[in-house]
Design a protein around this ligand. Sequence first.
Ligand SMILES: [Zn+2]
Length: 254
Amino acid sequence: MIVGIDVGGTNTDIAILEGSKFRTESYRTSEVLRNFSDFIKKSFGDAQAVGIGLAVWFVDGEAVKAPNLPAIPAIELDIPFILDNDANCFAYFSAKSLNFRHLLGVTVGTGVGGGIVADGRVYRGRGAAGEIGHTYVGGEKICKCGGRGHLEAYFGGWSLKNIKELVESGEIYGMAEFTLFCQSIANAVMILNPEAVAIGGRIGGRLDERLVGEKVSIYLPDEIDVAVKTVRDDYAVAKGAALLALDAISQNQP
Ligand SMILES: [Zn+2]
């Protein structure tokens, strides 16, 4: 049994991999983080490995920023475990389940996360590679990370408070903020040249992949095409964390 844990701002989602099948559970993050290591030991002490996905940036192996989490949890476990950025977990799960070797994953929820899979492995740079939400799109609007003019300061749950309703009504597709989102994806596609862009998260998974794909292609050269796919699986991060933990104990470090 391999356990994947997605620690979100409100809910902590769990995917338990047994054989090739996942089963899922969900908890309140406030309960889970009260004593995170104890929670894991009590609930999943017999796991072979644990993968933990967090909305945290890791640079040179150290957790440096968690703009949308109450705290960076301290973790002490006797069983093997890995920690990774939640969007990296999402990108890895998407690449595996959609069967792409080169993929950009973009999550839209409270913030905008990003992860890169290159040649079937997660590309991290020094740790924080792929953070599309914190690339410059224009203006001087202050971002939660302290930077200015970042995509996340215009598009996403904390900057567009009613984004869920805007997506549901379809109004979002006519908005300048949506154009910024698609332009950012086009920029990343030109740098990474992936086969696919997978879009997920509580908000992103509910976007219309055809409309995103059409808008992205406007900002790309005619010769560069990319598949845009939405991943509507609330457990995608937890599943990706489990798959990364499995790879880690299989000596097949992604
Ligand atoms: Zn930022």
